[in-house]
Design a binder for this molecule. Structure first.
Ligand SMILES: [Zn+2]
Length: 312
């Protein structure tokens, strides 16, 4: 099926209507397919700019054979490639968010960017809006991967997000603990990111705040509750069929703003749509994820005068 094709049997799980559609967004998120993985090949200067994007795409993608562990650099020179250096970011100490820009030249935007993510979504300045979207999702087969930074599921073509006439294809989803976005200074137990890319390469991320509930039953509990891949670079043997539409709140509106990747190289500009209504997941699911990733959230970044819109 082509990225713009509409598969038979598709159901529209959510339809948010708004007034005005946002322009398409140029840029990468944590993302898409391993086909774009930069691999270990030494790249020339001419490819450097493209490598920024490719590194971004690889940051959260599976199959990161050269990024998942302390394997010796190819060629035995002892000098890590830019990709290898960039891969050694984390959430603590010298590799943590405060130092991401120092780890590789392509991470400069992490420190110098003016439209970085995540942000606090509830501060004054939020305006009534604009910009509905349609998530045309359908049941899809997934296998979970441990990227070393999160648990991620890649998807084949078939799930679409339509914003302002632009079609984005759902490439992958992954999790953060605790949430990256906050509302009036308050975060939640976890956050789900569904990463989409248009045929032009523009990125849009749907964010869903996740709260811990005593009782399970969320569709996400099937994913998080058991059998998570524990080793960086590994994948779960389980193949699950999930409908990402069931991950989304059915009401409550959303926030929308323009931001960045929340992982190195922190590239701008990404269209963010974050649902206002959290979804519950079981405490067991939260603890299962926490056992692998005690925390994998970038702190909130300055708004720098950006407008955050919210739907009515
Ligand atoms: Zn994310």
């Amino acid at each position: 099926m082509t990225p713009t094709g509409r598969p038979p049997g598709r159901t529209r799980h959510t339809r948010h209507t708004g007034h005005h559609a946002p322009d398409s967004i140029p840029h990468p998120g944590h993302t898409p397919g391993s086909v774009l993985h930069p691999g270990t090949t030494r790249r020339g200067l001419a490819a450097a700019a493209g490598a920024v994007l490719l590194t971004a795409l690889a940051a959260c993608s599976p199959g990161r054979r050269t990024h998942g562990g302390p394997a010796a650099p190819a060629g035995g020179t002892g000098t890590p490639s830019p990709e290898e250096r960039a891969a050694h970011w984390g959430y603590e100490g010298g590799a943590g968010p405060a130092h991401w820009d120092e780890l590789a030249p392509e991470n400069r935007t992490c420190a110098t960017g003016r439209r970085q993510s995540p942000i606090d979504l509830g501060a004054a300045g939020t305006l009534p809006t604009s910009g509905g979207f349609t998530a045309g999702y359908r049941p899809s087969k997934i296998r979970l991967s441990n990227t070393g930074h999160t648990v991620q599921a890649d998807l084949a073509a078939g799930c679409e997000l339509i914003v302002g006439g632009t079609r984005y294809s759902l490439k992958q989803f992954h999790f953060h603990l605790p949430s990256e976005h906050t509302v009036k200074g308050r975060g939640t137990a976890m956050e789900l990111h569904l990463v989409h890319r248009s045929s032009r390469g523009d990125l849009a991320v749907l964010g869903v705040l996740l709260t811990a509930a005593a009782r399970g039953g969320s569709p996400l509990d099937r994913i998080l509750g058991e059998g998570l891949p524990t080793t960086p670079g590994s994948s779960s043997p389980r193949v699950l069929t999930v409908d990402p539409g069931t991950f989304l709140p059915r009401a409550g509106g959303f926030y929308r703003y323009r931001g960045s990747l929340t992982t190195p190289p922190c590239s701008e500009d990404v269209l963010w749509i974050v649902h206002r209504t959290p979804m519950p997941v079981s405490e067991r699911s939260v603890e299962a994820f926490r056992a692998l990733f005690p925390h994998n959230n970038r702190p909130v970044q300055p708004r720098n005068g950006r407008t955050v819109s919210h739907s009515r």
